[in-house]
Design a protein around this ligand. Structure first.
Ligand SMILES: [Zn+2]
Length: 253
């Protein structure tokens, strides 16, 4: 049995361009996609991030103007693939900004994999990072947790699915690499580069905890992708997203 990778369309949000490109584009709004990743792997059903919840954004961050059709919730996206919430073995949170973890509570049977530093920051954010976090989204007493402290090492969750420590955008950010047999590996930088422009021009986003660390993480992931011959899938790039296969289509190998 091979591995299949599905991109689960979760709708769009809008912010000022200067969040996308630090100190550039003030006053211009940009609307961008959000998606989660479902990996159907022989050793487990893995969800990477759990998307945003439209009601939560409208209540807490209404200026991000969420657009999400009933079809674009993570639960419905999975259901269309014949996957029930209880079928998910692992939820990997790349980090705990709201658009990556609003749906965590939908998966009470899963083992949650994230970095310990990230959970600490979600619970006690530094003053300038409060906007992205909400402790109530991830405070799940009794949930099975694997809290990673990688100290620069990578972590292979199951064969061919590797988590890469990439701090800077947030304290405990993890990028994800998925090896496929017949297609090139897929590299998800997740939020160390929202767009192709961010990564290729080293144009940092305006939201980060440490810009120097973020730049280091960008170079690290770019080098990994280069060495593996991997294809980079950007998390929030409106133009690139148009060219991606979205569930129920998939990447397989
Ligand atoms: Zn983020």
């Amino acid at each position: 049995m091979s591995t299949r990778v599905y991109l689960l369309d979760n709708g769009t949000l809008a912010i000022d361009q200067s969040f996308f490109t630090w100190n550039h584009g003030h006053g211009k709004e940009i609307r961008f996609p959000v998606y989660a990743v479902y990996i159907d792997h022989p050793q487990g059903r893995i969800l990477v991030d759990t998307g945003f919840d439209k009601d939560w954004v409208e209540r807490v961050l209404p200026f991000e103007k969420p657009q999400q059709s009933p079809d674009q919730t993570i639960a419905v996206q999975l259901r269309k693939l014949g996957v029930a919430p209880d079928d998910i073995d692992y939820v990997v949170n790349s980090h705990l900004h709201f658009d990556h973890c609003c749906g965590n509570r939908l998966f009470p049977n899963a083992t949650f994999v994230m970095s310990k530093a990230e959970l600490r920051h979600a619970f006690v954010p530094d003053p300038w990072e409060r906007l992205g976090y909400d402790r109530t989204l991830v405070d799940m007493p009794g949930a099975k947790m694997e809290l990673l402290e990688l100290n620069g090492y990578d972590y292979e969750l199951v064969p061919g699915v590797t988590l890469i420590e990439t701090p800077g955008h947030s304290a405990g950010h993890l990028a994800v690499v998925v090896k496929l047999g017949s297609e090139p590996p897929i590299v998800f930088p997740v939020d160390i580069a929202w767009s192709k422009e961010n990564l290729e021009q080293k144009q940092l986003m305006g939201l980060h905890i440490d810009p120097a660390e973020l730049l280091h993480s960008m170079v690290k992931v770019q080098n990994i992708a280069y060495r593996l011959g991997g294809r980079i899938f950007y998390p929030h790039d409106p133009e690139e997203f148009k060219g991606y296969r979205k569930a129920p289509e998939f990447y397989e190998g």
